[in-house]
Design a protein around this ligand. Sequence first.
Ligand SMILES: [Zn+2]
Length: 358
Amino acid sequence: MSVKVISRVAWGAKPWNGDPKSKGPDTVPLTSRTEWFVHYDGAHHISATGAAVPRAIDRQHQAKGWAGIGYSFVVDQDGTAYEGRGWSRVGAHCPGHNVSGLSVQIAVGGDQEPSEAALATARALYDEACKRTGRKLKMRGHRDGIATQCPGDILYAWVKAGMPATGYEAPAGGTAPADDDRPSVARYRVTIRGLEYGYGAHGTHVTEVGKALVRSGFGKHYKTGPGPDWTDADTECFSDFQVSLGFTGTAPGGDADGVPGETSLRRLLGTIPSKAAPKPPAFPGRGYFKPGADNAYVTQLGKQLVAKGYGRHYKQGPGPRWSEADRQAVEAFQRAQGWTGADADGFPGPETWRRLFA
Ligand SMILES: [Zn+2]
């Protein structure tokens, strides 16, 4: 199957670097190409098809400070192929593989099933790439090049299966799947003391790691940031830091793959951060919980009792007006603490409150 590619001009690409006079990214001879990378769009399902798909990626990649869309090609769910960097320009899709690797982004996200049409077009692009380079390009998912979730489990399994496509026949004498038995990389993200690190992690602790890398002189891969979303730039910088500690193995799964471990985190930050337990709300006072009381603390108490499994006393609510149901639910909770007598009278004191919200 031959494949028609919608040109940059036809789908409305922005000028390279936003500058009509820009010559654009460097060119790479086809003889330098040895790999073919498959990507997806990220965590979220996407419903768009048509020129809107490459245009959105083009905008995102220029916002990162890149010349423009970083993939060689993009294929939407209708099976239409769009030119990105094309056959001849250096990519911006996987650190360390942008010269050796051509790439296609299949525009699905998360656990979204790619369409047969999209897979057939992506496969045809691969065959065309093999024809043009005169060699069997290695089939790779983004996660084979760097510790990332991309291209998602579905597309990664497809790559490992040799990129089969329904209704598609490989050209005679052509391009059987490369025999590439590298293991799947599960270690693109880790949880250490309740906090996540690695591709897809999010939070102020991610920003703190990035800032510490910059302070330590390992910030050269950041075009923007560091920020609270862990990106490939964080992985690259952290990998450099791990190498400086004497760790080896920068490929995914290696000790210097840019996914933090306890040792490297401690060396970088001087400590290993842990997720802080949320503070329980302050006890407002006994006066808010008695017959006739009508306030938001009663609702808060009732909802927490339900959340802790003491909801069976409520025929309705819980709500702001203190009721016998509230008292019975509190009493049941107090008795479950092993308390008796006045300690289990169904009216919350500071210790009941603390334990309930602990
Ligand atoms: Zn990717």
